[in-house]
Design a protein around this ligand. Structure first.
Ligand SMILES: Cc1ncc(COP(=O)(O)O)c(C=O)c1O
Length: 475
């Protein structure tokens, strides 16, 4: 007799629990505003409430959801609260969450075209849509030599750019025999730490990374970049890679892409542009000026998982020449060979990033684009920028506070005039209140508060309440 015993969740149970989970998420969306934004748990407090040993016997689903509510929820900082103004947002939306659920439900693997033709072809189409929607250079479209791929993160995108750049610069010699320690990479002092991490992972070495100084607007100074490249060349180094940032993490500084691209062209360097958060602004034509010069870049990425209503993870990465990226990363073992790949007529996205397996991420992005449409995306991005600019106006008009930098988009860097200790105390008091969550940076040597408007449901009343709370806490 075959053993028919099964512990699996039946489709009927799945239907019932699934509805309960969707209801729970909808309730969460309605009540998240009232929860303390920054979690108040102490280190170890969540773990102490979880049993030290795994359950011997399966438990009812309801009990798991009770623990989500009782144990996990207080241990979460609520990134989806409209009062979340910290770091850069990692926003989400109904269509994205449902796309994610569907992706898990389908459980498809799109590593090869053959293992999920729709995963691949939808992704290609969506990435081409974004080129059009955001006014990106046509060379990133997949119908020429370029193309786009969805990565998990901007960190991975930077790593892939570094690897492809490394191979282009050395005629694929590092792949073949390892590096000789002469390659040098460049970015500004304000560049995200993921680029230095990529430099390490790609085997370039910290000592071969040059952090170029910035100007008063926290933007890379092209003349210093040129000097650094020439100095390195004179010393026998091999400059190969520059990362420019559109919207630095500290202050939304905008590196001047045109002059940087010109240097890269003259010197034969790969230019990668990181638009992790601010890149989303390009859905609005009036904010595209920050991307002037992007047509001189070899690669570009931005994160819909920051500001484009698409839950983590989802990074869009484009290259001008996909052949270099593919040749850098492609290894074709026997067990992956198939007719479609051999025909050369399909994209196998496994060759466009580090992992082999890949989730169906394009689904949630497609849902977002179809749900909001171009108009909807523009509306909400414009609203966020307007709210941040209103906030900046209130700071400008106040006697007690000052702007630390002119906010180009949706991030306002400001401080109380009372000095570093006063701002530190203010930040702590505000975050302890649970009513909002802000983070800080240091600009011009001074402790600076950051307020970033980008959570999906942040409205005027939330930004007004934040300003009221900030002034009250300062008093
Ligand atoms: C400018 C910039 N680049 C890269 C990153 C890294 O993003 P990810 O978490 O997608 O690797 C961030 C994260 O905040 C960022 O602000």
């Amino acid at each position: 007799m075959p053993d028919r015993k099964s512990y699996h969740m039946t489709p009927g149970e799945f239907r019932r629990h699934g509805r309960a989970v969707v209801d729970w998420i909808a309730d969460y969306q309605e009540r998240v505003e009232a929860l303390p934004v920054l979690s108040r748990v102490k280190p170890g407090e969540v773990r102490a409430q979880l049993p030290p040993h795994p359950p011997e016997h399966g438990e009812p689903f309801e009990r798991m959801m009770e623990d989500v509510e009782r144990v996990l929820l207080p241990g979460l900082t609520h990134w989806q609260s409209p009062n979340f103004f910290a770091y850069f947002p990692a926003n989400a939306s109904g269509p994205a969450i449902l796309g994610e659920l569907l992706s898990a439900g389908l459980g498809a693997q799109g590593m090869l075209w053959a293992t999920g033709p729709a995963c691949t072809e939808l992704e290609t189409r969506v990435m081409d849509w974004l080129v059009e929607l955001m006014g990106l250079p046509a060379k990133f479209r997949s119908d020429g030599p370029g193309g786009g791929v969805i990565q998990d993160s901007a960190s991975s995108a930077a790593l892939c750019a570094l690897l492809a750049a490394r191979e282009r610069a050395t005629g694929f010699a590092v792949n073949a025999r390892g590096g000789d320690g002469r390659l040098t990479a460049y970015a500004s002092t304000q560049t995200h730490s993921s680029v230095l991490k990529g430099v390490r992972v790609a085997g370039i070495g910290d000592r071969n990374f040059r952090a170029v100084e910035t100007d008063d607007a926290c933007a890379l100074r092209p003349n210093l970049l040129r000097e650094a490249v020439r100095r390195d060349r004179a010393e026998g180094k091999v400059p190969f890679f520059v990362c420019a940032t559109v919207g630095t993490t500290s202050s939304n500084g905008m590196d001047p892409l045109g002059p940087i691209a010109a240097i890269c062209r003259e010197e034969g360097l790969w230019l990668h542009v990181d638009g992790a958060m601010a890149g989303t602004a390009a859905v609005c034509p009036e904010f595209r000026r920050f991307l002037d010069g992007l047509d001189g870049a070899d690669s570009y990425c931005f994160n819909p998982h920051k500001w484009m209503f698409t839950n983590f993870d989802c990074d869009c990465f484009w290259v001008a020449d996909r052949a270099v990226l593919i040749r850098t990363l492609s290894i074709l073992p026997e067990y992956l060979k198939n007719k479609a790949t051999e025909s050369g007529a399909v994209i196998d996205y496994r060759d466009w990033h580090i992992p082999l397996g890949r989730r169906f991420r394009a689904l949630k992005l497609w849902f977002v684009l179809r749900h909001y449409g171009v108009q909807g995306l523009r509306h909400h991005v414009r609203e966020h920028v307007r709210l941040a600019q209103d906030f900046a106006g209130w700071v400008r008009a106040s006697e007690d506070f000052e702007l630390a930098a002119d906010p180009p988009l949706n991030l306002v860097c400001f401080r109380h005039r009372g000095g570093d200790d006063c701002n530190r105390a203010l930040l702590e008091r505000l975050n302890d209140s649970g009513r909002l969550f802000l983070t800080h940076t240091v600009l011009g040597g001074k402790f600076t508060l950051r307020l970033c408007v980008g959570q999906t449901h942040t409205e005027e009343r939330h930004v007004e309440a934040a300003w009221t709370a900030i002034r009250a806490a300062a008093r």
